[in-house]
Design a protein around this ligand. Structure first.
Ligand code: 48N
Length: 300
């Protein structure tokens, strides 16, 4: 769908001659090509609403753009350029908890063999033997984000929350997840303060949920499975144990109910596995495993 509008005759007196030449001149004569404010607004709106329209049916929805969700999206997009991958991120800024270590310790520790992923996406690090250290967590997160967004089949909708799951019965009458219900995050967080403002939907045969354990909507799908009766109770994340937690989360990444793959720290809440604190190899491995699971489901 493309939005075409008659360009109205400009009602503002254009202050810029249409004929202005551009000049990248840093001696005081820098000149841009002319533009009208409406052009900028319309360009942004047209693209956004075309994206919403086109991605109302996606192949994979990734809920949460933290380290696990972004690692999953990268692995999926690099293996399957044919898939329409739509990332829904509640925060204005994607990246989740991977921008800084706790107590503002900025270096990021990643235990081997997850350093393989760093070489794949091109992040430099110092090798400390059994683990590697990226000099600043933001170097990892910004590089991963840029690689993910560079894929033509990946779309990111930030400041947008998944506020429910779409479910349907498969041919055996079994409940399966078949997409997500989305709303602006500020609306999703204010349903208790005002009557429900209707959401939008994105249907997809696979939803990968990586909503973490922190924040106002952490472990969203894990909690929703319990409240909708698709899971008896939350496992509740256990104490910090780096050696137990990271393999448990990577190896435990799976399709927790038909159509819903769970990864990252959200899985710790679902399964009751330990947390690992400021080390991120488990998030990378879990995201990659989630990509393999999504492809397995799609190709079944
Ligand atoms: O970074 P997070 O929170 O989650 P993960 O699983 O990608 O990475 C977890 C990691 O950062 C840790 O917690 C580290 C390893 N520490 C562990 C420990 O022991 O303390 O990213 C989740 C993203 C965030 O950006 C949220 O804003 C977003 O998911 N999100 C949502 N987006 C859309 N709809 C929702 N309902 C929603 N809920 C959360």
């Amino acid at each position: 769908m493309s939005l075409t509008v008659e360009e109205p005759v400009s009602t503002t007196i254009s202050l810029v001659s249409k004929k202005a030449e551009v000049a990248e001149d840093y001696n005081g004569s820098y000149r841009f090509a002319p533009i009208e404010e409406a052009q900028v607004t319309r360009t942004m709106m047209k693209r956004y609403f075309n994206t919403m329209y086109e991605r109302a049916v996606s192949d994979v929805v990734v809920v949460g753009a933290g380290s696990a969700g972004l690692s999953c999206a990268y692995s999926l997009a690099s293996r399957r350029p044919d898939l329409k991958i739509t990332i829904i991120e509640a925060n204005v800024a994607p990246g989740g908890g991977a921008w800084l270590g706790g107590q503002l310790m900025t270096a990021m520790v990643i235990r081997k063999p997850a350093d393989n992923f760093l070489r794949e996406i091109g992040v430099s690090y110092d090798d400390e033997g059994s683990f590697v250290v990226v000099k600043h967590a933001a170097l990892f997160t910004s590089t991963l984000l840029s690689r993910v967004l560079a894929f033509p089949n990946v779309v990111l909708m930030n400041a947008t929350a998944v506020e429910d799951l779409i479910t349907c019965s498969d041919f055996e009458g079994k409940q399966r997840v078949a997409g997500v219900v989305t709303n602006w995050t500020l609306v999703a967080l204010n349903h208790d303060a005002q009557s429900c403002m209707d959401p939008a939907t994105i249907t997809a045969p696979v939803v990968v949920t990586t909503t973490g354990h922190d924040g106002p909507m952490g472990a969203f799908s894990a909690k929703r499975l319990v409240s909708m009766g698709l899971n008896k109770e939350l496992g509740n994340m256990r104490g910090l144990d780096m050696n137990r937690s990271e393999p448990a989360i990577v190896n435990g990444t799976r399709e927790v109910v038909p159509g819903l793959v769970m990864a990252g720290m959200e899985l710790a809440e679902h399964d009751g596995s330990n947390r690992m604190g400021p080390t991120f190899g488990g998030m990378i491995g879990s995201g990659i495993k989630a990509a393999h699971e999504a492809i397995r489901i799609l190709d079944a």
